[in-house]
Design a protein around this ligand. Structure first.
Ligand SMILES: [Fe+2]
Length: 439
């Protein structure tokens, strides 16, 4: 059967997905090729891949979006790449979750900043039953506070979430939900500590998210939209079979657009869907970790989504206080936590609470390894399952044999300010820059 291409483009995080019937044969972020973070345009390599497709589908409706942008006083946007068909923004979010979910009958809750007009929508399978419209937007509020605390909106929201653990939720921000926040809210509570504003927006977001979940009657719930990356809030959802496609933001909607052409359950396996490199030898990685405590991994297909899950990862020996060593490489804010990757069999011994293979939840640490624990005693765990196809599974098995510890620090393999390493050349540049070997 001929290929179907879905793509996101024009605003931030351009992405491409190719389907061969119900098999996802490729999915990639433009930024990994262009090396420009959040690149909004498809890369020539992706456009070349797209030529194989019989049908091309775009992740939102340009004219509907244009009406909203005019209403909100924004400039009209351009799109470079033509498409055979366009679906609405929230429909592609919903489809990316629905057609990859491990169950059939479900509600879907989409929460993001803004696409066309919808900012929140609830679905009964693929039928939209309710929506909230711009300017009321939980995602725009979270981005506006991210800007207010001095970070980059549409990019650094996860840093705001990490910062929240250092503050107190002293401020009521709910009135901002009624305002047009496209220009931010830089004058709100001018004397507030950034940490307290972060804690306040996080608390409000969690409350609102739980209210929305309560409006979804079915036990099976798909959560999508950029706000589904808030793993602290996700962890508070109880009593649901929850599925979050591991790339729930706008880039993942490239997959949703393609799925809406096929309109059938996809054969979801894992998010390793991008650039292919040779498989690394786990013994080399373990040897390097035992010698130098840190080791880069660039093995097989790159992850589709914001998390490094072992194929483009920087691993470190969490038995030691390696935070400073890793931070010297990553040069990021010292308050930000690093995450652990652990063998599935030991996860319950080291952590309690929600956790899964895609790092979508936070759980409580039951151990003393401080370099993989946040200041509030939590961790965003990657549970590495027995059938995980990444070399990380074999690395952890050999690591456990050698050290008796089934866990490593796992962070994304990238030069500061750049997207994740994608190609062998990127890996080489990483080694040259930081003196860390990459296998
Ligand atoms: Fe979105």
């Amino acid at each position: 059967m001929a290929l179907i291409a879905g793509f996101s483009e024009g605003f931030h995080d351009a992405a491409l997905c190719l389907l061969d019937d119900t098999v996802i044969v490729h999915a990639s972020h433009s930024e990994r090729y262009s090396r420009e973070k959040g690149d909004r345009w498809l890369h020539p390599k992706q456009l070349e891949l797209m030529k194989q497709a019989e049908t091309t589908a775009y992740y939102e409706r340009p004219w509907l979006k244009a009406t909203r942008r005019l209403y909100s006083g924004q400039k009209l946007a351009r799109r470079r790449t033509p498409a055979d068909v366009c679906f609405s923004h929230h429909e592609t979010h919903a489809a990316a979750g629905y057609y990859t979910a491990p169950f059939d009958d479900c509600n879907i809750l989409v929460v993001d900043a803004i696409g066309e007009w919808d900012t929140i929508s609830i679905w009964d399978n693929m039928r939209k039953v309710r929506s909230w419209k711009y300017p009321y937007s939980l995602g725009l509020l979270y981005s506006a506070i991210t800007k207010r605390v001095g970070l980059q909106p549409n990019s650094d929201e996860y840093i705001t979430m990490g910062m929240a653990a250092y503050g107190e939720p002293r401020y009521d921000l709910s009135h901002l939900l009624e305002e047009n926040l496209h220009l931010g809210c830089d004058d709100v509570y001018p004397d507030a500590r950034p940490e307290d504003l972060a804690a306040s927006v996080q608390k409000l977001f969690e409350e609102k998210l739980l209210e929305l979940v309560a409006l979804c009657p079915k036990e099976n719930l798909v959560l999508m939209g950029g706000c589904a990356l808030n793993c602290v809030a996700n962890s508070r959802i109880q009593g649901k079979n929850l599925w979050i496609m591991p790339n729930p933001g706008d880039a993942g909607s490239a997959l949703g657009a393609a799925a809406l052409v096929r309109r059938a359950k996809l054969q979801w396996v894992d998010p390793y869907l991008g650039t292919q490199l040779p498989r690394a030898n786990p013994s080399d990685i373990v040897k390097e970790l035992l010698t130098n405590k840190v080791c880069g991994v660039a093995s097989e297909k790159a992850e589709f989504g914001p998390r490094s899950l072992g194929n483009r990862s920087l691993l470190a020996d969490c038995r030691y206080d390696v935070k400073d060593t890793v931070n010297n490489i990553k040069r990021r804010q010292l308050f930000r936590p690093f995450a652990p990757a652990i063998l599935e069999e030991f996860a319950g011994e080291y952590f309690t609470g929600p956790m899964n293979e895609y790092m979508q939840f936070t759980s409580r640490a039951l151990h003393d390894y401080s370099s993989v624990t946040h200041v509030d005693g939590t961790a965003r765990v990657q549970v590495v399952k027995k059938d995980c196809s990444s070399v990380l599974r074999h690395v952890l098995e050999e690591w456990y044999e050698a050290t008796g510890v089934p866990m490593l620090l796992n962070t994304s393999l990238n030069i500061k300010g750049e997207p994740m390493v994608d190609s062998a050349q990127d890996a080489q540049r990483f080694t040259e820059k930081y003196g860390v070997n990459v296998f």
